[in-house]
Ligand binder design. Sequence first.
Ligand code: GLO
Length: 537
Amino acid sequence: VKKWWHSSVVYQIYPRSFNDSNGDGIGDLKGIIEKLDYLKNLGIDVIWLSPVFKSPNDDNGYDISDYEDIMDEFGTLEDMELLLKEANERGIKILMDLVANHTSDEHKWFTQSRKSKDNPYRDYYIWRDPVDGHEPNDLGSTFSGSAWEWDEATEQYYLHLFSKKQPDLNWENPKVREEIWKCMNFWIDKGIGGFRMDVIELLGKVPDEKITGNGPMLHEYIREMNRNTFGGKDLLTVGECWGATPEIAKMYSNPDGSELSMVFQFEHIGLDQIPGKEKWDLQPLNLISLKQVFNKWQNCFNEDGWNSLFWNNHDVPRIVSRWGNDKEYRVESAKMLATLLHGLKGTPYIYQGEELGMTNIKFKDINQYKDIETLNMYKDRLKNGYTHEEIMESIYAKGRDNARTPMQWSDEINSGFTTGTPWIEVNPNFTEINAKEQVSNPDSIYNYYKKLIEIRKNNEVIVYGDFEMLLPEDKNIFAYVRTLKDTKIVVVCNFYADEVEYNLPKEYEDKKEVLISNYGLSLPGRLRPFEALMYKG
Ligand code: GLO
């Protein structure tokens, strides 16, 4: 069964870094409204808004203190209603970012909960007695250190899988689940297009058995959520699932509509880290492994599941710096990576600035970084004997602030992001890389993305066609064919800066119509640095 979100393209906004309308150095909702025409022109259908709810910003809004109100820095509830109206008028839907695994420690549920053991909100969170005078077990926080925090007032530990200002909600408590349904319905009634669900796979955790992801009750809770909120309402719901396998993904995205629309899984994103170690422990990407992972996810669904396509989000480094080349071949490699992804089956997500080929940042001083994950890791590793230089190398490669420097709108002061002092420094390459230049330049990365989106809209084969990997053993080239009835679309990408020769099977050699390419005329049997081609075969 066809769904509207099968052929949609989603654009993720990290509001803090998108556009500041009032000069306080922090992006805001009015700033987003000012840029809706820019997004409309790009051709996207949906905006995923990273959290805009009330928050003390320990984790930039992923620590929510009120789910039914807007963060002061971002504006008011009226601004949010206006944004929804203005977006809807342009045919753009808005996904809210539902962070339901944890709240802020400043949420009223937690301030109550920590007061006393018999407080009615006590069981909204996960409290445990000490074991032999220390933490109940050795569960760790994603943001370094133990996941258990001692609370003097009632002499118990509470669980926080993220920062200690992000206590985990107790999903076993039916009252917690009802509160969350209520918040979700509040936003559904305001006319949103759906939800992106933060770390959804943690909801079924069993902390005493050290089970965090994919716990036994997870899918039961999601189905209950579905029945009580968005079920039957034709909204887009996408779950952030770091540890999904195709089997698990089929449950989440079952087309019977009992759970979510699609998964957002990260198997490809983990390929440049040493298996079993942390994300900071780097290894070079092996293209063959990347091809195998894509091949698996492109072929695992037979109308029984749906996947997202992405290179970037607010948690991962900029793709052109990561697997492209952000120097001599920045433009070519950004376009190649875009071609590779946008020819695949699934719903593509573009992260703000990706459409400009924005790059990673290298701050010299650790104090220029703002992300709690990076700052905690820095202290932790320094204590554990790593050198400053080693740690900075990991941060340059993987730090989340790579994706969080302000959007580069123009070559004016602060890249046109703010008239004040930006909350995090602007990447100095904004004079060269910015939206103003690219919107008017027909050869820009921006206009290339625009064309890729058009191609998806005009060719059903890209949305629904079968996928077949070509040249699976080739170490330099990523090539595939999509087929729907008599239509075939071939995509051929040189993943590296060296020119390569190649031979496709005879049947795909004939280029009937080149739909897009990042060089001029193609050469027979040869690909230039980062060359990408998409053609009807
Ligand atoms: C990724 C989230 C991340 C948040 C975390 C806590 O895992 O998108 O940005 O920090 O989930 O809410």
